[in-house]
Structure formats: C-alpha cells, structure tokens
Design a binder for this molecule. Structure first.
Ligand code: MTE
Ligand code: CO
Length: 389
C-alpha cells in the first residue's frame, strides 16, 4: 500500500504558511475533530435547560477528561456568576458564622486531586434492558478532572464546628438552589471547595467560580456555584435526597443516602460509536474503570460473553476515586465478539452482572446501575449494545 498511497506526496499544508501565534489566543481543537463533542439525547428530558449531556468517552484516551468535554447536568441551566459578587457563607451550628469572598478563599492552603464525578443516574436508562447505542450515552455521565481546591475541613474549622454539628447542607447559587445534606464525617474527610479544574478556572457549566467536590460520592452532591454551607444536627431531607436519588426496591421500600459509587467499568473502544474499521488482525481494546471506594487493581475482559476472562493491562496513574485506563491488545480473527469488562476495586469488591444486580435491587431503580456492559461486535466490525443472560 505504501507505494500506491497518494497521501505520501507533498500536501497543500506543506505549500503554504500556517496561522501565526495570535490566531487562537485560547486554543481550540483541530477542525478535523469536530465530531468529538458532548451530546444530548433529545427524548430523555422535556427541556435542554434542565437536562444532561454526555462525555464522548469513545473519543478520549488516558484518564483526564478535557474541560470542554465534561458532561453537564443542571437542573435550572448554567448560572452566570460574577466572581466579584460571589460569596460563600458558613452558618448554622458554628461558633463564628463566616462569609468568604473568592479572594478570601484563595488565601487558604490548597490541594490538587484527580477525582471522577459520576452522576448516580449514569447507565440508569439500561436498568430494564439494553437501550442506548453508544458508551457516550450508556456511561458518559462521568468526568475525571484534577481539581485545585481548599479542603472543606479547613473552612469548617475556621468557622468553628462543634460536636453537635453532625450534618452539612450545601446549596448552589443557580435558579434550582440545588441542596444536599452531607454527613459531617465526609465533609471533614476528603471534600474540597474547588475553583480550578485541570489547571484553569472551573467552566461555567461545572460551577464557576466554586464547586463542592465530594470524592467517590454520587455527582448530585457535588454542588455547583456553591454559595452556602449550613451546619446542623440532622439531615434536611430535601427533594434531591427523597423524591430523587433514592432506589425503589421490589418490596416497596426505598434505599436512601446511597452516596458511594460502586466499582464499574466500560469498554470504550470498540463500541457502537467506535466500530472496528480496520478488519481482522491486531486490535486495541480499551476502556475505563473506577470505584468510589478506592483504586482499581484489576480489570478482566472477555471477548466471548463471559466464557473466558483475561486480565487487561491498566496503564497510567492508579489514583483512588479516579478513572483508570485499561487496554487489551488482541488478534481479531474477524468473527463476532461479545465484549465485556469487569472491574475489581481495592476493597475486594467485584463489579456484578446486570442479572446479579437485578436479583438484589429489582427493576424499579434508575440510579446506581454498575452492572457489566456488553457490546456485540459483528463480523463487519460494527458494534451494538446488547444484553446476554
Ligand atoms: N449543583 C447545582 N447547583 N445545580 C445542579 O443542577 N446538578 C448535580 C450536581 N451539582 C447540579 C449541581 C448533578 S445531578 C450532577 S450529576 C453534577 O452536578 C453534574 O456535574 P457536571 O455538570 O460538572 O457534570
Ligand atoms: Co446527577
């Protein structure tokens, strides 16, 4: 092929000067990458203002999600906050109620941590069967970012939290005034009040200028446009922890306060939006695995729907409560495949099959679906979302 390939000859871009350094003071991706974007599923929500879009996981590699591709979920649209007018208030059961400006906050010691945020509703549409055709839609309510922020503990200590302060209410400055109750133990453990993501200011969609980071816990608790923290002695039972973000079981009772995100994984390539186009031979399979409880020491992959499992190769940093990248290189013989991945986390927990999950939780849930995903790859390389028993 090398000798007959016209692309080896001199191309137009070798025959003209390119743009100078002033053409894009804030860089943008190559126009040839225009297909790499967040996508919405129109029928999922009544209105794009209170809606969700999805991270294009099949177009990414490594573990970090670029800021412009982080999925967005907002209940009342993106608040347009002027940082000069933004305040963070701490009140309730504290010795000294405090109000911080952004400048005040930037005088506290900072930390940097990579954490994944997964919406509890990620894969929620798949509870009763295979539904959406692409890992962007089945698993794309997740992003993985390096946050720069202040340990929440330092701000709570500054305000003086006593032993009667058992719970914390976090409220956002958007029109939804999103509010969640967080146990004080978690607030004092590893939560951050973040103002940077991947080195730059938070994007408006992600809560500019300030967001709460609640590592390993469901995305709904990561309050964006954070404006108020109230210390109390019991949870508030607001909408997002009663009518929403609870799981109705078969016996009519509901699980509540299901904060931690269980271990989960997905093969991002091949997948319905990323078919095998090169034919039989050397093939790179890759995917993501994560756990709200720690790291991922092991991922297994099967090509035949679970008859034979082999260990995948994890590459890149293995950080707690962060995405992990895995690879499995194989020689494809061109026959149909049933691809699955299975994550093991550092607590010893193993990702369940969807059947195992349903046996335990029934079929009424939306949230917390961490079941094993199957892609059926046909002989022509195309891939489809399926379920096998
Ligand atoms: N915070 C506020 N203030 N308003 C919101 O609508 N949505 C929550 C959470 N924090 C929300 C919010 C939900 S349900 C999720 S999954 C995450 O933010 C989404 O974060 P992202 O938009 O950065 O992906
Ligand atoms: Co959510």
């Amino acid at each position: 092929r090398a000798q007959s390939d016209p692309a080896i000859s001199v191309q137009p871009w070798m025959q003209e000067l390119g743009d100078g350094v002033d053409a894009a003071p804030y860089g943008v991706p190559s126009p040839f990458e225009a297909d790499v974007k967040r996508r919405n599923v129109e029928w999922l929500t009544a209105d794009p203002v209170s809606s969700v879009n999805f991270t294009p996981l099949h177009d990414l590699d490594g573990i970090i999600t670029p800021n412009g591709l982080c999925f967005e979920r907002h209940h009342s649209g993106v608040a347009r906050v002027d940082p000069a007018q933004h305040r963070l208030m701490i009140h309730g059961l504290v010795e000294r109620p405090l109000v911080f400006t952004m400048e005040d906050l930037k005088r506290f010691p900072r930390e940097n941590h990579v954490y994944s945020l997964e919406c509890a509703a990620n894969s929620g549409m798949e509870w009763r069967g295979a539904q959406l055709n692409g890992c962007q839609f089945t698993h794309g309510m997740i992003h993985n970012v390096m946050y720069t922020g202040i340990p929440l503990r330092l701000l709570l200590e500054e305000a003086g939290v006593g032993t009667e302060g058992k719970w914390l209410l976090a409220e956002g400055a958007d029109a939804a005034a999103m509010t969640r109750s967080i146990p004080m133990e978690k607030a004092l453990d590893d939560c951050l009040v973040a103002f940077k993501m991947n080195g730059e200011a938070l994007r408006p969609e992600q809560g500019y200028p300030l967001r709460l980071v609640v590592p390993g816990w469901e995305g709904n608790m990561w309050v964006k446009w954070l404006r108020r923290l109230e210390v109390g002695d019991q949870p508030w039972h607001h909408r997002e922890e009663t009518s929403k973000y609870t799981d109705l079981l078969e016996d009519g009772t509901a699980r509540r306060f299901t904060w931690e995100m269980d271990a989960k994984s997905v093969i991002t390539n091949p997948s319905p939006q990323a078919p095998i186009t090169h034919g039989p031979g050397p093939t790179v399979l890759t995917g993501l695995a994560w756990s709200g409880r720690g790291t991922i020491p092991r991922v297994d992959v099967t090509l035949d729907g679970g008859k034979n499992w082999q260990e995948a190769r994890i590459d890149g940093p293995s950080l707690p409560k962060s995405l992990h990248r895995f690879y499995f290189e194989f020689d494809w013989d061109g026959s149909p495949l049933l691809l699955q991945s299975r994550a093991h986390d550092s607590t010893g927990y193993v990702q369940p099959t969807k059947a195992e999950l349903r046996a335990f939780r029934g079929v009424n849930s939306i949230y917390h679906n961490n079941g094993i995903q199957t892609w059926a790859v046909a002989a022509d390389g195309s891939a489809e979302n399926v379920e096998i028993s």
